[in-house]
Design a binder for this molecule. Structure first.
Ligand code: ADP
Ligand code: MG
Length: 398
């Protein structure tokens, strides 16, 4: 990955109108923000720019509005929540373009912070419509993108604006890009990847990319069943995409050609029902009873995975090893996550993880803070793992 422009090279921003794309797509219940993590993540960029005397104008989307304004998806309550997090006033304009936006921006003093209404109230946002980009750009002198999680979409506020105005990565975007660079872009070898989760079908591109980049790939979770079955081993009633056997074989061939070791489970924890506390037993992977399903990898597999983690200098992880939401099928995921966290704390491992359920699993294991980096970016993280170019990142390259 080429170097990208950051706030270090932005120059003097005092008195300048800086349009900052942020991710404020936070969970809200009864008008109250229930998890302010995303706001906390963009706070450093906002306070840094405001502290340097910029007029900080925040652009964000919220939810998935249909055509036109939707009061239920207004960013107004988020302005209040943002003010609480950063400890200074945050103004709000009831439109992201046009007279209302222009008047609010025109009234700003140096160091002020203003949030503009949901960009997705205009379909032109997602179409990256040049006329809409123009209207957004009318309120700014500089563009800063701090929303990595939206960078896989070429929208007006994530990509279009970067062509119109001098563009820079915000601090959170920078941290994410630097962490990802350490994970797969330019990692210290050997690199081990763990990929789990439910299905192969949602992660074919990801697996195909990883086998070319990493030294060893651990496949766990429900998706391992497809690989095991493709080899001719019976997986009983386990979640399994039998029609993807050729794909699984192809991934194994590509891995062999690239010199990437594939590590499949050697044992599994099986149960007859998919529910918490279901009666279960550990069986060898070639001895899964016909009426049972594999809900977690077994202790032998955990020991093998931990050995691989010990050999690795870099670990990238997406997807839990088992059905971690229901105990005791969280055991392998928790044990492996804790092992990776300990290696990281000991300075032996760079560990980068991401994915909605993966973040939940690492939180459940109590180790999210001990990994080198945990990406909360969802779709953008997965596209990065797939080796795809992210349009919102491409435009920030120096
Ligand atoms: P992420 O959101 O981190 O990308 P995924 O959505 O791919 O992860 O996978 C998470 C899901 O995979 C979880 O809901 C988990 O219950 C499921 N899963 C993992 N192992 C199994 C298994 N052996 N059988 C059924 N589901 C599984
Ligand atoms: Mg998921």
């Amino acid at each position: 990955m080429a170097a990208f422009k950051t706030l270090d090279t932005i120059g003097n921003v005092s008195g300048k109108r800086v349009l900052v794309r942020v991710d404020l797509n936070v969970p809200v219940s009864d008008g109250k923000v229930t998890d302010a993590t995303r706001i906390e993540r963009v706070a450093p960029t906002i306070t840094e720019l405001a502290g340097k005397g910029a007029k900080v104008i925040l652009l964000a989307h919220f939810g998935r509005p249909k055509e036109g304004p939707d009061p239920a998806l207004s960013l107004a309550p988020i302005a209040t929540a943002t003010a609480e997090v950063i400890g200074r006033p945050v103004g709000f304009a009831a439109n992201c373009i046009g007279e209302k936006a222009a008047a609010a921006v025109g009234a700003m003093k140096d160091g002020d912070i203003l949030l503009l209404e949901n960009t997705r109230f205009y379909k032109a946002e997602e179409k990256n419509d040049p006329a809409f980009v123009e209207q957004l750009a009318a309120n700014g002198d500089i563009f800063v993108n701090d929303a990595f999680s939206a960078a896989h979409r070429a929208h007006a506020s994530t990509e279009g604006l970067a062509h119109k105005l001098p563009a820079f990565a915000g601090r959170t975007m920078q941290a994410e890009l630097e962490a990802l660079e350490k994970g797969l872009g330019n990692p210290v070898k050997p690199v081990v990847a763990i990929v789990g989760g439910a299905k192969v079908s949602s992660k074919i591109d990801l697996l195909m990319n990883l086998v070319k980049k990493v030294d060893a790939l651990v496949i766990g979770g429900g998706m391992a069943n497809t690989f095991i079955a493709a080899r001719g081993t019976d997986v009983g009633k386990s979640l399994c995409e039998h029609d993807l056997a050729p794909t699984a074989k192809q991934i194994m061939i590509e891995a062999a050609q690239a010199g990437c070791a594939i590590i499949l489970p050697s044992d599994g924890v099986v149960a007859r029902e998919f529910k918490a506390g279901a009666a279960n037993e550990v069986v060898a992977i070639d001895a899964v009873p016909a009426d049972a399903m594999i809900l977690d990898v077994g202790p032998k597999t955990v020991a093998t995975v931990n050995d691989w983690i010990d050999r690795a200098a870099t670990l990238v992880w997406n997807g839990p090893l088992g059905a971690f939401e229901i105990e005791p099928f969280d055991k392998a995921t928790v044990a492996t996550a804790q092992h990776a966290a300990a290696r990281t704390k000991a300075g032996k491992l760079v560990s980068v993880a991401g994915g909605g359920d993966t973040v939940a699993a690492l939180n459940h294991a109590g180790v999210a803070d001990d990994f080198s980096y945990v990406s909360t970016a969802g779709g953008a993280f997965l596209e990065w793992m797939e080796g795809k170019e992210l349009p919102g990142v491409e435009v920030l390259k120096a």
